[in-house]
Every structure is written in C-alpha cells, then in structure tokens.
Design a protein around this ligand. Structure first.
Ligand SMILES: C[S@@+](CC[C@H](N)C(=O)[O-])C[C@H]1O[C@@H](n2cnc3c(N)ncnc32)[C@H](O)[C@@H]1O
Length: 274
C-alpha cells in the first residue's frame, strides 16, 4: 500500500469490498460471525446506549449491538461500500433504531458515543493515529472503543496462498499483508499507539477462530467473498485466472482427500478507554 496515496488506497479497498459485498459473509463459512461476537462481547453495549459501528460490512457486529441496546438505544453503522450498507439495511428492517449509512471510518459522524466498534477495519486506514484521535474525541465520558484485528494464523495454507499471489508479476501483487504490519505487528506496539493517542486503559484478548470449508470448491467462494478477492481480480484483469485455478485446484483436492480443509487465525480484540 506504500506506493498508493491515501485516496487511492481508500478507493482500492472500498472497490474490492464493494464488489465482494454481494457474497460477503454469505458463502456458508463461519468467520465474521464469531469475530463479531468476540468484539461485542468486549464492548458490551447495554440497553439505551449509543453505538457507532464503523466499517460495518453487512452488520455482523452492528446487528448484535442493536439487539443489545434495544429500542431505547441507537446504533449508527457506516461503511465505505454502498452494497455492504444496503445489505445491512435489509437485515435490520426489524431494528428501526439501527441506521446504516455510507461513510469513512476515519471521518465518523459526531458523538457522543458510548461505544465505538470497528470490526477488522482499522488496519485499512491510511492514518491510524488521526482516526484514533477523532474516535477518542467522539466518546462519551464512559465511552469505550473496541476493535478487532489479526494475530497469528495457520500457515499450512501458505502453499496455496503463495501460489496464487506469486503467479502474479511482482508489480501487480496487491499489498494484502497490510493487516499484520506496522502498528498492527504486535499487541505491544498497537497498545503503545493507543496510549500515545490518549487512551489510558487498554486491554487486548485473543480468540482463535477456525474456518472449516465444506469442500475444495468452497475455498474459491470464500476467497472471492472477502479481501483476498483483490488477488483474484488482478488475475482476472491479466487473463491468468484460469491458469492459476488449474494450478491450485489439485492442491485443494489433495487437502479435501486428506481432510485438511480447516484454517485458523487468531483474532485480537482490543478495548480502549480514554
Ligand atoms: C473485513 S470487512 C469487516 C466488516 C465487518 N466489520 C465485519 O466484521 O463483518 C472490512 C470492511 O471495512 C470496510 N472499509 C474499508 N475501509 C473503510 C473505510 N476507510 N471506511 C469505512 N469502511 C471501510 C469495507 O468496505 C468492509 O466492509
């Protein structure tokens, strides 16, 4: 991402998720649900509270928060991808105290918010410190910021992921490692950044989430439906998708035969109060 301007980075990421939105969290793979439950388990919205959920996607954590705050509370959910927002609106038809709008996680609607939550999104922002400042300023006196991000992951799939990425010419490889680099390289580093930006009480817990694919073909549905899609789109653009599919398919079928269609990652949940 280092070579992109902030605006280009936002457009690239927003575009990938916009095109993924139709199948995002809809392909029968349980991942975003458990991650959202871990997030809302930490932010713990209660009846009557005001919650902002940024980078809401199709609402995995915003819907849980809306049920927790009930009709005396309010949830505002924002996402950069309009089709994500539309998906959440249709899911939330029976929750009129939840509103979903297109919006940038770095430029939130004004508070005060009792809870700001951000599920698997802050690592996409070009200036994390500026975003933390603006979210801290929007919190009520008892407010808390909770967000999820990635820890360690099962690297036994590196052969398949590596084959798909390395089949692209180097200059065409998207910067997909952004989520585990820089300020997001370790708990110590991220918590230090939070303290530098005025969050005094900070704690991080870790949850291991295991994804089990029902069959080899499901791997393709799963990767098209989330951020890794950016790599497949690059192959599509270059006309190399079919060739890489032929390379990877036997590897997937080996895994299926050997009963190795599971993958895990640790999801970290950080809760921060000013
Ligand atoms: C990995 S998904 C997580 C979605 C949701 N929070 C969940 O847990 O299912 C990342 C989401 O962040 C959104 N996103 C990326 N950059 C954003 C930004 N600058 N502002 C708002 N949303 C953004 C994407 O459109 C996508 O819906």
């Amino acid at each position: 991402m280092a070579h992109e301007s902030a605006a280009e980075q936002k457009a690239l990421i927003g575009g990938v998720f916009e095109r993924a939105a139709a199948t995002y969290d809809q392909v029968g793979v349980e991942f975003f649900g458990p991650a959202a439950r871990a997030l809302v388990g930490a932010t713990r919205p209660t009846a009557g509270e005001r919650v902002l959920d940024v980078g809401c996607g199709r609402g995995a954590s915003a819907l849980l928060a809306a049920r927790a705050v009930g009709p005396t509370g309010a949830v505002t959910a924002t996402d950069i991808a309009p089709t994500m927002v539309a998906g959440l609106r249709s899911e939330a038809a029976d929750l009129p105290w939840l509103t979903a709008e297109v919006g940038d996680a770095a430029d939130p609607p004004p508070g005060p918010w009792d809870v700001v939550q951000a599920g698997l999104v802050l690592f996409f922002l070009p200036d994390l410190g500026a975003a933390l400042d603006v979210h801290r300023a929007g919190l009520s006196p008892s407010g808390r910021l909770g967000f999820t991000w990635f820890g360690a992951a099962d690297d036994s799939w590196a052969d398949i992921h590596g084959t798909v990425v390395q089949a692209l010419p180097e200059k065409e490889r998207p910067p997909i490692t952004v989520a585990r680099e820089g300020d997001f390289a370790s708990v110590e580093r991220l918590e230090a950044v939070l303290r530098e930006h005025g969050f005094g009480r900070v704690a991080t817990e870790e949850h291991r989430i295991t994804v089990t694919l029902p069959a080899a073909q499901a791997w393709w549905d799963w990767v098209w439906s989330q951020g890794f899609r950016v790599v497949l789109e690059a192959h599509e653009r270059l006309g190399t998708l079919e060739a890489v599919r032929e390379q990877v398919q036997p590897m997937l079928e080996d895994r299926q035969r050997e009963g190795r269609l599971s993958w895990w990652t640790d999801v970290r949940v950080t809760l921060a109060r000013p």
